[in-house]
Design a protein around this ligand. Structure first.
Ligand SMILES: [Fe+2]
Length: 237
């Protein structure tokens, strides 16, 4: 099986991924709406097995590239499901005009997906080869399962990852705790917009946290998120 059910109407699928030589894996999330349509967030490589399993769950109607980085497999998904709406951030549309993006997730809109809330995580950066670069990430809350869905705004690695990944993330602060990476904490010098976004995330009543890289936090995710973002939140909570 490619897909793994983690709650009612909520699945994940993972594939290996190396980043700067580290095995960090990547994960997509699938949510089934009340209409039975499927929302795919941060798609992984599509395969016959994955298509077969998805077809058992419902029609893929929404494909979301949630930030400036997690779009690599979205185009293949869109090709496989041409009737689905391909959602992305406005900056991704500008960065990759060749992508068949159907809709931009808007700042001022209420969520277009019933049962899912979304929020633009403002001002958060990572350190790329060319210096600090915005992630431009939307984060999601699946209300029914009390699950926060992040992509690159936090990581959480553990002993299930190779030793080198464990070592590096122990230094970086996202080993066995939900936290932005060291690179992100260094790159994000303007803390105010991040603080405001993190505070908004904390208004959601979540317990589980799914992120694209690392192990899912099944319980106590809100406390872990708050601790992980302490550097940005300060003591004003
Ligand atoms: Fe990522």
């Amino acid at each position: 099986m490619v897909l793994r059910a983690i709650d009612t109407d909520l699945w994940v699928a993972e594939q290996p991924l190396r980043y700067f030589g580290l095995s960090i894996g990547t994960r997509m999330t699938v949510i089934r709406l009340a209409s039975h349509e499927l929302v795919v967030i941060s798609p992984i490589q599509i395969s016959e097995a994955l298509v077969g399993e998805l077809s058992e769950l419902g029609p893929v109607s929404h494909i979301i590239a949630p930030n400036l980085y997690h779009y690599l497999f979205a185009a293949d998904f869109k090709a496989a499901y041409p009737n689905a709406t391909f959602w992305a951030t406005s900056m991704l549309r500008a960065k990759k005009p060749e992508l068949a993006i159907d809709q931009v997730i808007e700042d001022d809109s209420s969520s277009p997906w019933e049962g899912i809330e979304c929020l633009f995580f403002d001002g958060f950066k990572t350190l790329g080869p060319k210096g600090p670069d915005l992630l431009d990430e939307w984060v999601f809350f699946h209300i029914a399962s009390r699950t926060l869905i992040l992509t690159d705004t936090a990581f959480c690695f553990d002993a299930s990852f190779p030793l080198l990944t464990q070592l590096v993330t122990k230094v970086g602060g996202s080993y066995k705790s939900l936290s932005p990476s060291l690179l992100e904490r260094i790159a994000t010098t303007d803390k105010e917009p991040v603080k405001a976004s993190a505070q908004q995330v904390l208004h959601w009543d979540f317990d589980r946290v799914v992120m694209a890289h690392g192990s899912i936090v099944e319980r106590g995710g809100k406390q872990q998120f708050q601790r992980g973002y302490e550097q940005f939140l300060g003591h004003s909570l």
